[in-house]
Design a protein around this ligand. Structure first.
Ligand code: NOJ
Length: 756
């Protein structure tokens, strides 16, 4: 295997690293030249220094000093950016100092973790990816951008686009799942949603950040902040594509990751940051470290002290230091002593100033700071409607037997069990710093709006010992069964039992890796006890990652994957349970049968002994469990049924560059209107590096009335047919390709084509 860091690092002239992909505005470049000619070395380093605000801490203890010291440094022009300052009043207070009290009046750029909304919350990003609805995802990011911008924020630390095949990793909730093609489409949709047309003419759009660059989703054993040792094949074909697609969409910032990539800490990785991102892809925005990740190169054993860390990071191409206290002050002397070339600094400062100019902060540093707009936009009715829309679309129906769903609208006795049903906090999910606690519509509140049935809520089981927070570990209740009897009584008397179980919203996200992803606490026991008295159970799952639920999958007749759906959770879940919205989501990540199968994904490689053709024990399998997932990537049911037929391809053989048109007929064979995500997968039969058994290369979201048919066309171009070889060159190799089309990665129809 070739290790990427053995590549020769070609640092092109640092000021001319931009290629055609991200065009520069000559006017802005001229203004930057003029401003930079006036800046002292200290002021330049200041632009590269970002401080945390004074309230929300999202990492270990800040090193930037007390609030007073930070204010003093802003006044001296030694700070280029703040994070987690929020709300017009607070932002104005710090911006005024930068603009009115510093020598050059350079405005701050204000960053914030707008991960799935600001105050009005959308579903967690993993859930949104389950919608496969790029328009709705873009709209959700636009909604988030509008609230953040109206609150004085200029720049979000999102979207997160780390591909991961490991549900133990808590941060899978922040991404789009296991697939690079879907991940790339979602990444671009989110960038468009945050940044609009990239002109920032609207004061309701903000700069986006692609994070975490790179391979954070492949940390060993899913242990948080760990090392990632991955092949070039995985790096190039799985990890990097979403980042590339975000850059192509005009992305303005990239955040490095906490992990190492094949031995190099990401914030000091010249190959990835300088060679790939800035030179090869022509990224013209700036790179921010993650929280103190430059400083963390010291305990990693990569940099011997602060000076060494500063030198490695700036030379690698990390332009801004988030709350690390490294660039300021250490870079100042390093440059003075000639140990770091001024060119590196200038490249970083130019990039940061560029984005500030693009955002219009020099034209009007207060353009995001309008109290009236803040009141109108944050929490508006339109925003509530937008997050309800994407919440419904994110729900995935995993199982529906005994016709339990949709629920009948009258004449039923329904028992609702589990403390998550009444929770107004957990459904908000993790990463929601600006949202107020307990502001979600609970599942119970959603169900109570349907008055035709008798509804009996009995908690039955307290999920956690105390209500968790972003900064505490979640402690599940493992001892208190005192509510079981009352719950059993309610279940016995009911026609249908709706059980809301799963993980607390703070069980996933940063620093929430788990080795056991079964239903936590006493929930499995609770589920089985209720099942013994009434098996007509609809299990509504709340979780930020795939869970291992083999018992439920076998016994429980109806299972609805409802993730953490944000502010409008209860309304979305109730509308789906009652059939007012027909579920259309498809899983963006495989659900394993047990943790031993992890990492698991549909797009794994073949092996030399993939099938059991000799009927003996020596083939690629597990002795104790089937090797397929419990629920595969792309899977999701509907209240109607769909039939695929008549797969056809416009020709049998093609040359490079020719468009390949694949068509299929899709029919709604059920009784209600519904949406289906038709998916196209490709398998390249032979190639110079091995290829996955199948790879998603197209999808279409189609709505059909009962009995209606549509012919769907997918177009395969070079982008879909090619891949990155071991030298990170994009190549299209001739040969036979198998084209597969269906409603999940367990596809049904297939046909071969030849590429010459
Ligand atoms: C650390 C996280 O890894 C990153 O995603 C986040 O944006 C920063 N902290 C800032 O809160």
């Amino acid at each position: 295997m070739k290790i990427i860091h053995f590549f020769t690092i070609t640092i092109m002239s640092l000021t001319t690293t931009i290629n055609a992909q991200q065009k520069l505005n000559p006017e802005i470049e001229k203004k930057i030249d003029a401003l930079m000619s006036k800046m002292t070395l200290e002021e330049k380093v200041g632009q590269m220094n970002q401080y945390n605000g004074f309230w929300d801490v999202t990492g270990p203890a800040p090193v930037g000093g007390t609030a007073e010291q930070k204010y003093e440094n802003i006044k001296k022009g030694l700070v280029g950016s703040m994070l987690t300052v929020r709300g017009v009043a607070e932002v104005k207070a710090v911006q005024k100092i930068a603009v009115e009290q510093t020598r050059l009046g350079i405005p701050l750029i204000i960053g914030f973790d707008v991960i799935h909304g600001y105050k009005t919350l959308s579903p967690i990003p993993l859930a949104e990816a389950a919608s496969w609805d790029m328009k709705a995802i873009e709209k959700s990011a636009e909604t988030a951008a509008s609230e953040a911008a109206a609150s004085g924020i200029n720049w979000t630390f999102g979207p997160m686009m780390d591909i991961s095949k490991d549900a133990r990793w808590g941060r899978v909730m922040e991404g789009a799942g296991e697939d690079p093609y879907l991940g790339g489409k979602v990444a671009a949709a989110r960038v468009r949603g945050f940044q609009g047309d990239n002109t920032f003419k609207s004061p309701l759009r903000i700069a986006a950040t692609a994070k975490h660059f790179a391979a954070y989703g492949f940390v060993e054993s899913a242990l948080e902040y760990n090392a990632a040792e991955i092949s070039t094949n995985t790096l190039y074909n799985q990890v990097l594509p979403p980042f590339k697609s975000a850059v192509d969409a005009g992305l303005r910032s990239v955040m490095t990751s906490f992990n190492t990539v094949n031995g190099i800490p990401a914030s000091g990785d010249q190959y990835l940051l300088r060679d790939v991102l800035k030179n090869k892809w022509g990224f013209s925005g700036f790179v921010i470290s993650d929280w103190a990740s430059i400083r963390e190169m010291i305990p990693w054993g990569f940099s011997k002290d602060e000076n060494a860390a500063a030198k490695s990071a700036v030379e690698a191409g990390t332009d801004m230091d988030m709350e690390g206290g490294i660039y300021f002050p250490y870079l100042i002397d390093l440059v003075k002593q000639g140990k770091v070339k001024q060119e590196y600094l200038d490249d970083a400062v130019r990039r940061i100033l560029r984005v500030k100019y693009e955002l219009g902060l020099f034209d009007d540093p207060y353009r995001f700071l309008n109290e009236k707009r803040e009141k109108e936009v944050v929490g508006s009715k339109a925003n509530r409607e937008a997050v309800l829309d994407i919440a419904k679309k994110s729900i995935v129906l995993l199982k529906n037997e005994k016709s339990l769903l949709p629920l009948k609208k009258s004449g039923q006795k329904i028992a609702v069990l589990g403390s998550l049903a009444e929770s107004k906090n957990s459904p908000l999910g993790s990463w929601r710093i600006a949202a107020d606690n307990n502001t979600a519509v609970s599942v119970l509140e959603g169900l109570q709006q349907y008055k035709g049935n008798s509804l009996n809520y009995v908690k039955g089981l307290e999920l956690t010992k105390v209500e968790p927070t972003f900064l505490t570990e979640v402690e599940y209740n493992t001892t208190d069964r005192s509510g079981f009897e009352a719950a059993k009584k309610a279940a016995r008397e009911a026609d249908v039992v709706v059980m809301v179980l799963g993980e607390h919203g703070f069980s996933s996200g940063e620093a929430r890796s788990r080795t056991n992803i079964d239903l936590p606490g006493l929930q499995q026991e609770f589920l089985e006890e209720i099942y013994n008295v009434n098996s007509n159970i609809v299990l509504v799952l709340n979780n930020g990652r795939p869970l291992t639920i083999p018992w439920a999958a076998e016994h429980i007749p109806a299972i609805l994957e409802a993730w953490h759906l944000g502010t409008e959770t209860g309304n979305a879940v109730a509308q789906v349970l009652y059939g007012d919205y027909n579920p259309s989501g498809k899983l963006p990540m495989s659900f394993p049968r047990n943790v031993g199968q992890i990492p698991i994904s549909y797009n794994h490689y073949s092996t030399g002994r993939f099938t059991n053709k000799d009927n003996n024990v020596f083939w690629s399998h597990y002795s104790d469990v089937d090797k397929t997932p419990l629920y595969p990537f792309g899977f999701g049911l509907s209240y109607t049924t769909f039939e695929y037929s008549n797969l056809r391809i416009n020709k049998k053989s093609f040359t490079k560059g020719e468009k390949i048109i694949v068509s299929v007929d899709l029919k709604n064979t059920g009784k209600v209107k519904g949406k289906e995500v038709a998916q196209l997968y490709l398998h390249d039969e032979f190639s110079s590096v091995i290829k996955p058994v199948k790879e998603l290369k197209g999808f279409e979201l189609v709505e059909l009335k009962p009995g209606e048919s549509k012919s769907i066309n997918f177009t395969l171009s070079d982008y879909e047919m090619g891949f990155y070889n071991s030298q990170y060159e994009f190549v299209i190799e001739p040969g036979t390709f198998k084209v597969m089309v269906g409603g999940s990665s367990d596809t049904i129809l297939s046909q071969n084509i030849e590429l010459f």
